[in-house]
Design a protein around this ligand. Structure first.
Ligand SMILES: [Fe+2]
Ligand SMILES: [Fe+2]
Length: 278
């Protein structure tokens, strides 16, 4: 019996969320704003340049893989949701760029950490691309909290607040995509992959701390707190992934029990109530 569960429901839900969110995008003026102090500029410049570059990725290979996967699972909306997600990331890059312009911080075209992340994303299939991406998203949570607190700029605080709200949604979105990709995987293999993801996050957190220490320290973070927050986000994302996987299994089981030809008893349903006539 062919399952009746809708393969597009999850993608449609995300298209609606991302579309609505795009309607409330911030406007950040690139013109002169309240200037940061010299110490604040020194603490954030290299770091914000790198994050602005990373957020602006076109994500073309990810999108191509999403189109292939969408065709495989008969979900024509999968790539559309992915496209809106990538556009939201690019919007983060534009927020940061406008703020940098207002502070006279130049934009950079290349950074070795960004290049490594892009290469890793290009190495294998959709799931590995998403694993690399989700690691960057997890790291982004403590990073933008630290950037928010590292300066006294109300504009930068507001940008970080907005990005943090978006990133929270992105982690849920990626948890849902990873749940779909791993839906038929055995438990033991799944546990091994989660362990590898934790190891990758652990290595990435060391690299990020060494490159962005100035921002974290300006916000009062030490490495232990940064790592603890990153792994908290990882555990939240994993828990969300398992919840979505269970919901998908339940929906599939239910769909398999529903009779293929559903015939509501329309005659009875439409029959007017008998009214007592006197
Ligand atoms: Fe982002
Ligand atoms: Fe994101």
């Amino acid at each position: 019996m062919t399952p009746r569960c809708d393969p597009c429901a999850e993608s449609r839900k995300w298209i609606a969320r991302f579309s609505l969110r795009s309607m409330t995008a911030l406007y950040v003026s690139p013109l002169a704003a309240i200037q940061l102090t010299r110490a604040e500029i020194d603490a954030i410049t290299k770091s914000i340049q790198q994050f602005q570059l990373g957020e602006g990725s076109k994500g073309q290979r990810l999108l191509d893989r999403g189109k292939i996967y969408g065709r495989e699972v008969h979900d024509p909306f999968f790539a559309g949701a992915l496209d809106l997600f990538i556009k939201e990331e690019q919007q983060h890059s534009r927020y940061l760029k406008a703020f940098m312009q207002s502070q006279g911080i130049p934009v950079v075209g290349r950074h070795w950490v960004d290049s490594i992340f892009r290469k890793l994303r290009g190495l294998a299939g959709l799931e590995l691309s998403l694993t690399v991406l989700v690691t960057a998203e997890i790291i982004a949570m403590p990073y933008y909290r630290a950037l928010r607190d590292a300066t006294g700029s109300p504009v930068l605080k507001n940008i970080c607040k907005r990005i943090l709200e978006d990133e929270t949604t992105h982690l849920r979105y990626q948890a849902s995509m990873l749940a779909r990709l791993a839906s038929k995987r055995r438990c033991a293999l799944d546990r091994a992959i989660v362990t590898l993801r934790r190891f990758f996050l652990s290595c990435t957190s060391v690299v990020v701390w060494s490159g962005h220490r100035a921002v974290f320290q300006a916000a009062g973070y030490d490495f232990a707190r940064f790592r603890q927050e990153a792994f908290f986000e990882f555990d939240q994302m994993e828990s969300c992934r398992k919840t979505v996987a269970l919901a998908m299994d339940a929906s599939r089981d239910h769909a398999e029990r529903v009779p293929q030809i559903w015939k509501p008893n329309e005659e009875n349903a439409l029959k007017p109530r008998e009214t007592s006539t006197q």
